[in-house]
Write a protein that binds this ligand. Sequence first.
Ligand code: GAP
Length: 495
Amino acid sequence: MEKNKNAKSFIDLAKKRGFFWQSSEIYGGTSGMFDYGPLGLLLKIKLIEKWRNFFVKQEDNVYEIETSLIQPEKVFEASGHLKSFIDPVTQCKNCNSIFRADDLIQKKTKEFVEGKKPEELTKIIKENNIKCPKCKGELSKVKIFNLMLKTFLSPTGEEIAYLRPETAQGIFVDFKRILVATRTKLPFGVAQVGSSFRNEISPRQFIIRLRAFNQMEVEWFVDPKELNKHPRFKEVENIKIRILTRESQKENGKETTLTTKESVKKEIVPNQYLAYFLARETQFYKSVGLPFEEFRFRHMLPEETPHYSKGNFDLEINFDFGWKEVVGNAYRTDHDLKSHMKKSGVDLTVRLDDGTKIIPHVVEPSFGIERTIYGILFHCYKNGKKRGWEWFAFPPDIAPYSVGVFPLVNKDGLQEKAKEIFKLLKKHFDVFYDDSGSIGRRYARADEIGTPFDITIDYDTMENNTVTLRYRDTTKQERIKIKDLVKIIYQLTHS
Ligand code: GAP
């Protein structure tokens, strides 16, 4: 990572230029919620499209669905969220501030306490004399707090429901419908992109820990006997991945770089399906602008592995505040389908070709959109030391705008010609037009929002129908014909 790189600079720039800001700001803002501005939304749309291309379109048997944001209580009773999707909290008896008990303990003792019971946490707080970080007041007994946001569906308030804490449950409850409608066979995947909600106790780091956020998830349904027979494993078996093993977390904290094939052979990753995703995610995160050494897969320790999982590998990105999970990869086994089958009484088994019926196992990569965007902004941000202005080196296919169009001067028909070219390009790309200030200032403003290509219309354009094409990363310029513009920019943004 660049020395002294910190998030503050890019957050200031991203706010100033309209990527995102806090939600309901004029009323003081709501913590854990934010709004996308015009540039942030374009970046998000492009990221989702790239993800869909990678994890849906390029796969062989993936179906995409969109399910309800609100689901009845029964869904979460079955999934285990009602019982297990909890955080331990403690309240200051003096100022009433509420904190995550495990966070406070970890900060003070450096000990990892996830999975411990409330009584044990209360005891550790007492033994270590941990006080309220705000006013040094005494802390209450530790209680359990469910992170789901509750709502009521009827005027009488009898029908309890929850905002979904993950998109995955919609896929599991629709499993039978999908199976019948698509007439598909195992293995197959179901993908969903959309909002999830968690009543986080201490939202923080801007868009890193939110109460309302977006996920991109795929549930892969597999015959458990076939977990080591991924049909396309060969394509990725030599891809190098970086893993932080359970052992090394206890010893030196160093990552091991190995091929996907080795990771399965050495039984570091439990099966080919999970390893396949680690390889594809490595390719994906490199392609959105993250250097290989700035992300890794951490094998979660047994005590922090979610209740539904038999092995989790978190893709973590390196930030100025440390490593942070951005994608959760879980081997969910048959936990969800089995639980929904039991609760609903609906048969969720799949009949194999030999007539036997099985409950498929599930391997799930679950991507956080906002954390991915934060990672892209952080690692693509360039300070202004060399260039005189800050800028973002977004890969061209996810940059909010692909092209900026500028007339060199606002006279002699140059503006009209530039608008003509702007109109032409708008049919194919996200383009903006700028005719105010010096051309240098306009290049700077375009760089600031990460626009990879700038087109300038000058006096030669009027003579010979050529324009200058400026490349953001090198600042080099070349002259190209207007008739070739669309083709060239298409190639540059899709290479
Ligand atoms: N279906 C599995 C699941 O939801 P998770 O690890 O709890 O797994 C997946 O979440 C991803 O969703 C995380 O890696 C993270 O990127 C994102 N995410 C989870 N909670 C979040 C929050 N409070 N704010 C922003 N992103 C969050």
